[in-house]
Design a protein around this ligand. Structure first.
Ligand SMILES: *Cc1c(COP(=O)(O)O)cnc(C)c1O
Length: 369
């Protein structure tokens, strides 16, 4: 693989700060560090959580969960994205004390098949409360509980479900319905497994305190400094977070663009007056979208500069004309974060028509440290 010309910096002090903010909500936490910790690096995230004494973590695949264990995290590690486990998966889960999330009959039967009579395996049981993605429906929970009671080697230590609209205050009724289904399922499970824990809330659920007090909450986005309730009436439920990821790249060319001249592929930008433009070494190969909305900016010396013309594979042009001091090739441009009037992942998400989750996941692929 070739090294990207942009640089991704991850501020782990901010990550720790954000966990502190979330802890104040009073729930036990199962920080979600799936998908390489939303692009920030799952290995370091695992070590940070261990350093903070966190007891649970949620990874994506079972391999990612194993990596979290190998990084020294000593608590429970739930694999949210567990496929129907084969024998090797079950062996790995047992060896590394991982907690596969079992969400269908096939999964339960596969675990049973792979376990010898005296073996045990801790699992998480997923209930579908309205996401329509993974999980047993409420109507199946009696059967699930009975199956587990007959197979005592398979130990449900936590019941999980996931909100689909907890970040939309207007949809509170749907979220309340999800809660209702979840706790009814938990009641069924608790008759046979009284010490089983419950885990329902994501960041938005934790922030707006809609789950039971002794639930374990699973914040993801907020760990990395972003508020899923941003722009809603509940925005203030999730404040005080600090952004963790920063992306910069060098200016590689600075030159005048005379009135009437054009630049870039498609000649989509034409100078209506004398301009000074600069090319930044980041493009769509680095996850910087080719079609940002008008108004998209980067940041140089603490000031925002507009992106102009078409984003190329490894280069993007900015208009430097209005800066008080014209920068030189080699100067650093902040694409995300940095000093001054910094661009946030929320801003970029707005320009790209997406959410901050996708922004950090995409940029995270350029991490080299
Ligand atoms: C990604 C994920 C989360 C975290 O959601 P955020 O909105 O980032 O807080 C929690 N639970 C499950 C099952 C997930 O897949």
């Amino acid at each position: 693989m070739t090294e990207p010309s942009c640089r991704v910096y991850v501020n782990w002090e901010h990550f720790r700060h954000n966990i502190g903010v979330l802890m104040k909500k009073g729930h036990e936490l199962m920080p979600v560090i799936k998908a390489d910790a939303y692009g920030h690096g799952v290995e370091r995230a695992a070590r940070e959580l261990e350093g903070l004494g966190i007891g649970w973590a949620a990874a994506g695949t079972l391999r990612e969960a194993a990596l979290v264990r190998d990084c020294g995290f000593s608590g429970h590690i739930v694999s949210l994205l567990c496929r129907v486990p084969d024998e090797e998966d079950v062996r790995l889960a047992r060896e590394k004390r991982l907690v596969p999330l079992i969400h269908n009959r096939e999964g339960l039967l596969a675990v049973k098949k792979a376990l010898a009579d005296t073996d045990t395996l801790d699992i998480a049981v997923k209930v579908d409360t309205g996401m329509g993605r993974l999980g047993f429906p409420l109507s199946e929970m009696e059967n699930v509980a009975a199956f587990l009671a007959e197979n005592p080697g398979i130990r449900p230590i936590v019941q999980v479900s996931h909100f689909s609209v907890a970040d939309e205050p207007d949809e509170a009724a749907y979220t309340a319905m999800q809660c209702d289904i979840f706790y009814r399922a938990a009641e069924i499970m608790h008759r046979r497994f009284p010490s089983m824990r419950c885990s329902l809330g994501n960041t938005a659920g934790l922030a707006s305190q809609i789950t039971q007090k002794d639930d374990i909450c699973r914040p993801g986005l907020a760990l990395y400094g972003y508020n899923p309730l941003y722009g809603t009436t509940k925005q203030s439920d999730c404040e005080g977070l600090l952004p963790v990821m920063e992306v910069s790249a060098p200016l590689i060319s600075v030159h005048p663009l005379h009135k009437g001249e054009s630049l870039g592929y498609g000649r989509t930008y034409r100078a209506e007056s004398e301009r000074i433009v600069g090319w930044v070494a980041i493009g769509y190969a680095d996850g910087y979208r080719r079609n940002p909305a008008p108004g998209t900016c980067m940041c140089i010396g603490g000031a925002r500069v507009p992106v102009i013309g078409r984003v190329a594979m490894q280069m993007t042009c900015v208009d430097l004309t209005d800066l008080p001091r014209i920068p030189a090739p080699g100067d650093t441009v902040y694409i995300l974060g940095g000093p001054g009037n910094a661009v946030s992942a929320q801003d970029i998400a707005g320009w790209w028509g997406t959410i901050p989750y996708e922004v950090t996941c995409l940029f995270g692929r350029n991490r080299t440290e």
